[in-house]
Write a protein that binds this ligand. Sequence first.
Ligand code: ADP
Ligand code: ZN
Ligand code: ZN
Length: 798
Amino acid sequence: MVQIGSRVLVQFGKKKYYTAIVESLHSTAPKGYEVKPIMALLDAIPVVRYPQLKLWHWIADYYLCTPGEVYKAAVPTGLKPESETFISINPDYEPDESSPFRMTERQALVLQLLQQKKRMRISEIEAATDYRNVTAIINPMLEIGMLEIDEKVVEHYKPKKISFVELTFPRGDNERLHECFSQIGRSRQQEKTLVAYLDLSGWMNQRGELRDVSKQQLLDTAGTTPGVLRALVDKGIFRVVKKTLNRFATDTEKHTRTLSTLSEAQSKVLSELKEGWQSHSIQLLHGVTGSGKTEIYTHLIDTVLRDGNQVLFLVPEISLTTQLSDRLRKVFGNKLLVYHSKFSDSERVDIWKRLLSTNEPLVVLGVRSSVFLPFARLGLVIVDEEHESSFKQYDPAPRYNARDAALVLAQMHGAKSLLGSATPSIETYYKASNGKYGLVTISERFEGATLPEVEIVDMAALRKKKEVKGILSSPLRRRILNAMENKKQAILFQNRRGFAPVVVCDQCGWSPKCRDCDVSLVYHKNLDLLRCHYCGFSQQLPKLCPACGQNSIRTFGYGTERIAEEMHKEFDGYRVARMDLDTTRNKEAYQEIIEEFARHETDILVGTQMVSKGLDFGDVTIVGVLNADTLLNFPDFRSNERAFNMLEQVAGRAGRRKEKGSVIIQTVNPAHEVLRYVKAHDYEGYYNNEISDRSRYAYPPFTKVIVIYMKNKDAVACDRAAVIFTMALRKVFGERVLGPEKPFVSRVATYYLQSIMLKVEAGASMKKVKELLRAVIASIASEPDIKSSVIYYDVDPV
Ligand code: ADP
Ligand code: ZN
Ligand code: ZN
């Protein structure tokens, strides 16, 4: 039966069969166009739940994109109805003599092919016949019912299968078993393997259930090779069967830990939150780093699960899911599902299907894209580190903020929401201060741990005094050494990956640029390549300068790769690890780096912003920010906010247990106001300062910002298009339009860029804005420069 959320097959135009999702069921015939019939229903049960469709529409309206773009981002490839169309002969077809249909020669050939092959893709028919317009040929045959199409969802999705070993005869047949031993004869290896199987499977224990024994497990236990097993299979003793592994059922892990007992301050927060939800469905928990926010969340999750509801727990970074899933798994066992982009598509489909098939209480821990999952009954949404800019998807569309989408989702389910942060975003704190959200604060660390001492180190002054060697100032070097000698750990933060960000010729000043972007290339030493961090372009580091021919190319500056290398030399005998995009290409790598550091198998962790977010390591006593200046001098209205959050967060990794931690921030700009607030851990001071600036210059939360980007491969056309668009926008939006201007990086992946800023009233309806923009574009659509440009929107940029 066709239901909302089912996938169906529809034919549009002459050529194409599309898979569509049923959005609503009604019986009002539309006026003005012909209704297309549904040709097939693809799923017995819908793949999407109704609230998801509502969320997709909200995202498309609010972030000015199409529902199709949202759908693409939302659904894992394995479920994506990018199905293929197969053609076959309809076995029930009966020719109708009165039909005007007469088969052409080409149609006859297609029919003949199908008789042989039974089912073919259109592309296969094309290849076999050399006809270019196969759809036109077969359409009349489809219409009279001679052929049929079936849209097969191509199984990108493969359930995980593993090999199990079984004996070829039933338990209890001891005669046959004896025979096996004599068949094996003197082969010790084969005997060992058989005995290991009997052991593992519980064969001799007549009462218990026979346990599944995987091939790997058997080989490991018996200490033998696949060859030995093969010999036993050949003798007819064993057989190997592939079985689908239910990824969830095997999770038999016991709940090894019950809930922790909350401290007095934490219990107070818990009851304040529960009370706050009576009047505000969204609450902000403003709690300093290490105050035990995660423990409080755990208690809340527990309550919601007991009530039979589901929980979405959003975090900004995969590295956090790794650490948190260990903590949560101990309490919630297999009620916990983890979801993020480093999972294989099949794993994601499994989770999707699991949620689709159940109303059970479950908690999903995930990053951004988990807002799209098919929850049945959300009771609570938690967004941890709500201020994080990585909740915003930058490219491609939908350019949504998962925090805000999650709040909308919660509302659609009638669920409560909790935003948590030590450094709330300006927008969120503004809403909390104005009573739009509830606000609960916890300002002490757990068990009286204190916030770390922050020291600002003036690099220019120290350099004069010769107290800087390499990237380290002597105060930082001393602290690290001290930590090492006391068997503690250090985190060093540098927001640049690669080895050296600056490559120049000593003689003529030549410097390598990306072929396709307006940025310099970064040298990566272990790859021995120059790489573009925007588009991935890479090339060899030239031996001789391509401009002047001299052997005078030098590398400068410090990326994480180089810092890790230098720390290795500098702190000889201590173990250094690095965590950045380059060392965490797969999910195992994340886990390894974090777990090794957590077990104190490494001493110094060097990393990009990945190390700044929410991680909880007990032995870290020193955190070094190697170069704060790139953070402090960013030319946009969020510069201070970004810098404060980043510095306060990374500082929060230090001294999270009894031992007091310290933080050293190296900068050439020690008087910067943001540093003053970080040093004092003064969120309020920073907020008051920032909110008055935002108000003065009419930035969010006092306005809503939409940045319009224009992309064109031709620089001049791009400029002209931006001017045309800006003028047309001014006619409608007047003074609300700023620009156009070239963005900070003005060419990316062969496209030139221009941006226009639109500042609309804070409460403006985005649906209305979308309509107006659509009208503006329609009015200039015939301009060739507009036609050749790609236009997209970034609503609420971060
Ligand atoms: P936050 O999320 O606020 O940074 P965490 O929840 O990570 O803080 O808590 C910091 C550390 O203190 C963690 O190691 C956590 O296990 C520990 N902790 C916090 N509260 C408790 C508690 N009530 N019982 C036991 N350990 C706690
Ligand atoms: Zn040169
Ligand atoms: Zn590039």
